[in-house]
Design a protein around this ligand. Structure first.
Ligand code: 6LW
Length: 518
């Protein structure tokens, strides 16, 4: 962190605290340090760990899932894989508990250093449902709090939050399972993301209700006993934007986790969706709100009753981070932590050396539910530019490499170079169409994309100072929430493929720029 004199620290902070694809945040504090984790579905590495000293400036320090042997996303659509995680610290050890949906279900990993390495997953085959959380009671017992569906034909969206003791020695759930709540604030639909806390001597159960869209909400429930009965708070939902109307630019507020600072303030991290013309481009992002307890009731942003885009910052030492440079020059022998591939890479397909990223062309294509030669980073801004300088000499038409704006295997853009041309392809709901093709035979090319609100424009050139638009203005609705995946978020990066045939070719990238404006 950069040193800032106390008098130079800002009095306010801006939301979101983690922009772009950062859903389902969970947080814990250890001394003066805060750690946060998000869900990542089929991105690999998965479950990014962020560190902060002030709850506002967050640095990516590692991933809980970063070895291909840990989980297998092969064949999974982009909305499955790693759902909402919980991070907790107990007795010298960090725990992340999570669900790999359609890839093994509930598991936890542990680490003494949250930057890693994390342990191999400990699978909990007896735990039904998703969204597990952990809670240690004063007597040292560890409780698993999860959510599961309820078999009810007339009420198919009803779910329940439940509790069961987790024996960490035996690494399995023991004893009886207890229903904690079915929820209530949205006709008891999709009660999920439960977290249990003990605050002022009472148990507090916070859950999300209404599903991760317009009707999302946080509700709290109180009990004198860990297994309930839990009584719903009078002021539920304690936080929601469901009543703000469809045109309010911030909606889907829910899925929160509470943290108490060393200075005795309470804050909550939660997910929300920013909208442009009722559409969400950047996916679910992480927001921060103040919480003050009135008796046992948590009041969110007292006097406002909603998530604020700007508010007084936590009473913590301001700890801004060094600015992330626009240009990644691929120095060293590893990719920066921000780079991810899609689905588990079972074989290495790239190298970083001599200031270049070299990517192997493989037969796999990003349109299939496999790991292709794709590397992306999150799009963090509504106004952004990405640019890369590529060296690539294809000898055959099926050998392609270039730039991609990716949301799912079915919804993405790619600007690719082959043996004699550059082609811009749009894939929308699984249908690929060629938008533009221009002759191009140089080995070296700069590829560029600029996003602005709902619009996106691709361009190319022999140098970065001489760029020509290709394909006209296109729509980012292609990668928006409304058109496919409401769970993950968008990425921008590089891609190479030999389209089903074998190839020995590698493509080299000299640098990659990501610049966010707004
Ligand atoms: C997550 C569930 C939800 O596990 O969506 O926002 C699921 N709510 O709690 C995927 O993010």
């Amino acid at each position: 962190a950069v040193q800032v004199a106390a008098q130079d620290a800002p009095s306010k902070f801006q939301n979101p605290i983690l922009s772009g694809y950062h859903p389902d945040p969970s947080i814990c504090r250890v001394g003066d340090d805060y750690y946060l984790v998000n869900s990542t579905f089929v991105w690999f590495p998965g479950l990014p760990i962020y560190h902060s000293k002030d709850l506002v400036n967050w640095q990516l320090i590692g991933h809980a899932i970063d070895r291909p042997e840990m989980v297998d996303f092969s064949g999974l659509p982009d909305k499955l894989g790693l759902f909402a995680p919980t991070i907790r610290y107990h007795d010298g050890m960090f725990y992340i508990i999570n669900t790999c949906v359609a890839c093994g279900m509930n598991f936890y990993v542990t680490a003494s250093d949250p930057a890693g390495p994390w342990s191999d997953p400990v699978w909990l085959p007896d735990a039904p449902g998703i969204d597990p959380s952990l809670f240690w009671d004063d007597n040292g017992k560890c409780y698993y709090t999860g959510m599961q569906g309820v078999e009810d034909e007339e009420w198919p969206t009803q779910t329940e939050a439940y509790n069961q003791e987790l024996d960490l020695e035996q690494q399995q759930l023991v004893g009886k399972r207890h229903n904690l709540t079915y929820g209530h604030a949205n006709n008891a639909s999709y009660t999920e993301g439960p977290h249990l806390y003990k605050i002022n001597g009472q148990y507090l159960l916070m859950v999300s209700e209404g599903g991760t869209g317009m009707y999302h909400a946080l509700t709290v429930h109180h009990s004198d006993s860990v297994n309930g009965p839990y009584i719903a708070d009078y002021i539920n939902p304690v936080l929601t934007h469901r009543h703000m109307g469809e045109d309010y630019p911030l909606h889907a507020i829910g899925h929160g986790d509470l943290v108490q600072t060393q200075n005795d303030e309470w804050w909550c991290v939660m997910l929300g969706k920013r909208r442009i013309e009722r559409e969400t481009i950047l996916g679910r992002e992480t927001f921060l709100a103040r919480v003050e307890f009135e008796g046992q009731t948590p009041v969110f942003n007292p006097g406002h009753g909603k998530v604020l885009m700007e508010q007084k910052r936590p009473d913590l030492p301001w700890s801004p981070l060094a600015l992330i440079p626009v240009r990644d020059n691929f120095e060293g022998d590893k990719l920066d932590l921000k780079w991810c591939t899609i689905r588990t890479p079972h074989e290495p397909f790239y190298t970083v050396s001599g200031g270049q990223l070299k990517v192997q062309l493989r037969p796999e294509v990003m349109d299939s539910l496999v790991n292709s030669s794709i590397l992306v980073q999150r799009i963090l801004h509504h106004q952004f530019e990405a640019k890369t300088q590529m060296r690539f000499k294809a000898s055959k038409g099926h050998e392609q490499a270039g730039l991609t704006v990716y949301r799912t295997n079915q919804n993405h853009y790619k600007l690719l170079k082959d043996n004699d041309s550059l082609v811009l392809i749009k894939s929308f709901k699984g249908r690929a169409s060629e938008i533009a093709r221009v002759p191009y035979s140089n080995d070296e090319v700069v590829l560029h994309v600029a996003g602005s609100g709902l619009d996106v424009q691709f361009s190319y050139g022999e140098t970065e100072d001489d760029l020509h638009p290709v394909g006209g203005t296109q729509s980012l609705r292609v990668i928006a929430d409304g058109n496919g995946n409401q769970f993950n978020g968008p990425g921008v990066g590089v891609y190479a493929t030999s389209n089903g045939k074998l190839s020995k070719l590698m493509v080299a990238f000299d640098w990659f720029d990501y610049k966010g404006m707004d």
